[in-house]
Design a protein around this ligand. Sequence first.
Ligand code: NAD
Ligand code: DAU
Length: 332
Amino acid sequence: MARILCTGGAGFIGSNFVRLVLDNSDDSITVLDALTYAGNAASLQGLDERRFSFVRGSVTDAALVDQLVGSHDLVVHFAAESHNDNSLNDPSPFIQTNLVGTYELLQAVRRHGTRYHHISTDEVYGDLELDDPARFTETTPYNPSSPYSASKAGSDLLVRAWVRSFGVRATISNCSNNYGPRQHIEKFIPRQITNVIDGIRPKLYGAGQNVRDWIHVDDHNRAVLRIVEAGRIGETYLIGADGELDNKSVVELVLTLMGQPADAYDHVNDRAGHDLRYAIDSSRLRSELGWQPLYRDFEAGLAATIEWYRANQAWWRPMKQATEAKYAAVGQ
Ligand code: NAD
Ligand code: DAU
């Protein structure tokens, strides 16, 4: 029975991680989350309070982080500013949370000797050409494009340095684009689903040729648990489920699954510096740790996600107007 400190547990991936752990183990979890615009206390409602507790606070608060790390066996660090578009408008919170927050956690796990797992992204590797047969591997050079991905790349490098210089017991995972329930509606898939529910036409950046490598959030979190359990200290593991699709195809599928004509969307302003394609080679994770994705049918996973947003309008509706107003201001 482990005592897990999960940062960012009120966010999309973290809240699904908390539920997965509580449903499948005897471990207890403390969530440390600042409840920024992206955190949602409703994502953690109804959990068993004998094994779950919530602390509102920032990963940049050194004293709080030290106290919490000292009373747990394992830290899984999800907390981040996570949206590329926001990082183009104001990079400052990305530097604070993603870099300074990771630094404070590393110093605390160093002091207490606590096992640490760092959640990161495939975006640290930059992007690939559409016709490039290559995919990202653990040895691909870092080449981040946006303030968000640069801050995540920097945080990964801090972890590597703390492992080598101070013997911190850490692992890193870099995952591709997640989809599933409880994702903030600023993100591509839930934005379009909630647009269609509200009678707004989906918005595609540029020509929509950009490719993302989709994975269900539960497959990501199952991989994280496997790495925590059996991963080699100091190693990086790439997580991906062979889910490459271009954005236009995803929008068309959302529309079709929701009973609308496949071309009922608008092209809007492209993202500055928009990464063209991400693709993950997850051979190391599969061969060393025996992980396999359970969600292999993207259409079925997307249909279930659409159902979740239809059934949980109270969860997302309070954020819809402000989210769309932010996009409208920049022509997206
Ligand atoms: P999210 O934006 O949905 O959630 C982030 C959470 O972190 C929120 O609950 C927010 O309140 C919290 N947070 C922000 N700043 C904080 C601070 N200073 N202190 C404490 N809590 C703070 O993000 P997500 O999509 O769930 O991503 C989680 C992690 O996974 C991030 O590290 C992200 O880089 C990584 N990641 C995401 C994806 C994806 O597709 N969403 C893919 C690969 C990796
Ligand atoms: O690859 C992992 C990354 O995936 C994570 O590190 C990030 O935290 C996560 O946000 C995600 O980054 P992306 O920038 O790929 O995700 P986003 O949902 O913002 O956009 C997905 C694609 O869809 C991207 O090519 C931009 C495009 N897009 C996005 C929105 C919001 C649109 O075409 N229209 C939209 O309205």
